[in-house]
Design a protein around this ligand. Structure first.
Ligand SMILES: Nc1nc2c(ncn2[C@@H]2O[C@H](COP(=O)(O)OP(=O)(O)OP(=O)(O)O)[C@@H](O)[C@H]2O)c(=O)[nH]1
Ligand SMILES: [Mg+2]
Ligand SMILES: [Zn+2]
Length: 312
């Protein structure tokens, strides 16, 4: 039986669109039960590389190749971690300044997941044709000083697009962020032929209306691959050990390392070096707040996972 290897572009209801050797997508199903892994909510995600056999006009997926990296989020409904993209060269956390509103803690969480997964991440501020507040500017400055790359763009006016395009060229990139920030608009600018649907921002609630419903990889000829994902209301990184969390905040890590207390959670322990640094403003109060809230989330995940009998 002829056998091939290709990337998963998207999947729905256990049918997957997989790249064939000539680039055209082939509809594939998973052969038997061999790919079912008990603790995974999503066995195959955009970017996964699979081996598949030709079966008439369709394909049968027989194996998932080892992943170079995988991005995870916590699925609260299922109390389980959920992969949403694999083998990504560059992840973009996309924000807008006012409509929908800028959400620094959302960005902090994306950065933590990307660092934990070993995926380089850039922060993209789209819609800079809109007013950018001083507070927002300050937060972006802070990320820059922490070594994170920032791109300020506007799909509407084209501002910053040339440098941004240059940065993405030749890569498999992922767009993630809240609904309505313009992820699909960015994709459409790079690949108008894809004709992807763009939605409006609700005037009443000042947030997106969840236009994109499926994570999907788009192969953009002579450019690269873009994985566009549905906007999420909340983003919770998954698979992170609460003890390791402080080390994933670049500005908190040095203090966590020097914290004399064994197993310190850096919350309310006396003599905690992190807490002291936050009180002395050596750590930005908002970043420390991000840490505290995320710590609660990953501790809660641990509990939910145990209750459900899932392993780590
Ligand atoms: N002012 C302004 N509006 C923009 C810009 N880019 C996108 N938009 C608008 O923002 C709205 C939402 O865009 P989408 O591309 O659908 O947003 P999304 O992030 O893909 O949203 P979901 O698919 O729901 O996650 C649309 O009305 C776009 O026209 C920009 O640079 N400036
Ligand atoms: Mg979209
Ligand atoms: Zn401490």
């Amino acid at each position: 039986m002829p056998e091939f290897q290709g990337r998963v572009l998207w999947g729905a209801n256990n049918i997957f669109s997989v790249e064939s050797p000539d680039g055209t997508p082939v509809e594939c199903r998973i052969k038997g039960k061999q790919l079912i892994v008990s603790d995974e909510y999503n066995v195959l995600v955009p970017g996964d590389v699979v081996r598949w056999e030709q079966a008439g006009s369709q394909g049968m997926i027989v194996e998932r190749q080892p992943r170079r990296n995988v991005l995870l989020r916590w699925n609260r409904k299922q109390s389980q971690k959920q992969a949403f993209a694999a083998n990504v060269d560059l992840a973009c956390c996309v924000m807008s300044p006012v409509s929908p509103p800028f959400r620094p803690r959302f960005v902090d969480r994306c950065l933590v997941e990307a660092d934990a997964a070993g995926v380089p991440m850039v922060i993209v501020l789209n819609k800079i044709d809109q007013e950018v507040s001083e507070d927002t500017r300050e937060r972006f400055e802070l990320w820059r000083t922490l070594g994170y790359e920032v791109h300020e763009i506007s799909v509407l006016t084209g501002s910053g697009m040339e440098a941004f395009k240059k940065r993405l060229k030749g890569l498999t990139v992922l767009f993630m962020g809240p609904s309505g920030v313009g992820k699909t608009s960015m994709l459409n600018l790079l690949y108008p032929e894809g004709n992807s649907k763009v939605g409006k921002v609700s005037e009443k609630f000042n947030r997106g209306i969840h236009t994109t419903v499926l994570s999907r990889a788009w192969v953009v000829p002579e450019f690269g691959t873009v994985i566009d994902t549905p906007g999420v209301r909340e983003f919770e990184p998954a698979g992170i050990d609460p003890q390791a969390l402080a080390h994933l905040f670049r500005d908190i890590a040095p203090f966590a390392t020097s914290c004399a207390l064994y197993n310190c959670t850096h919350t309310d322990e006396p003599d905690c070096a992190v807490r002291r640094a936050a009180e002395e403003s050596l750590i930005h109060f908002d970043r420390y707040e991000s840490y505290l809230r995320l710590l609660e989330a990953v501790q809660r995940q641990d509990q939910e996972r145990t209750d459900k009998g899932h392993s780590k």
